[in-house]
Design a protein around this ligand. Sequence first.
Ligand SMILES: Cc1cc2nc3c(=O)[nH]c(=O)nc-3n(C[C@H](O)[C@H](O)[C@H](O)COP(=O)(O)OP(=O)(O)OC[C@H]3O[C@@H](n4cnc5c(N)ncnc54)[C@H](O)[C@@H]3O)c2cc1C
Length: 109
Amino acid sequence: MGQTPLDIDVAIIGAGPTALFAAFECGMLKLSCVLIDALGEIGGQCAALYPEKPIYDIPGHPSIEGGALIAALDAQIAPFDVPRLLGQRVEKLSGTRGAFTLETDKATS
Ligand SMILES: Cc1cc2nc3c(=O)[nH]c(=O)nc-3n(C[C@H](O)[C@H](O)[C@H](O)COP(=O)(O)OP(=O)(O)OC[C@H]3O[C@@H](n4cnc5c(N)ncnc54)[C@H](O)[C@@H]3O)c2cc1C
């Protein structure tokens, strides 16, 4: 198993809509972050299960398809250039605040 040391403030496990907005908030707070997802693409359920289904409960959007919502969230974090580790399932978290290790099924970060 290889190792990928990352010097970042926040590791966000998952890259669904919640995680993407968390990455935006990290950027606004000037915290560096990384998105890690077991799937090969960002977007969680919206992208993987219903990219063409309209969603009606997103503030400011009377109707938006799942895929379009993810594209908008992706565009919103673009200025922060957030790295993504996709296709990697996080399986273990160890260590303490300030120096922790995440183990994935592909590497340790
Ligand atoms: C068919 C369908 C229709 C829906 N319609 C609506 C709707 O109209 N309106 C609405 O508000 N909600 C709807 N939902 C619910 C909505 O999709 C979810 O509430 C939303 O996706 C949750 O976002 P999330 O980012 O918290 O999690 P998710 O979208 O579930 O994303 C979690 C991500 O984390 C990753 N992950 C989990 N564990 C690990 C790990 N250990 N390591 C690495 N990656 C990991 C997963 O691979 C996934 O990509 C619908 C859901 C479905 C299935």
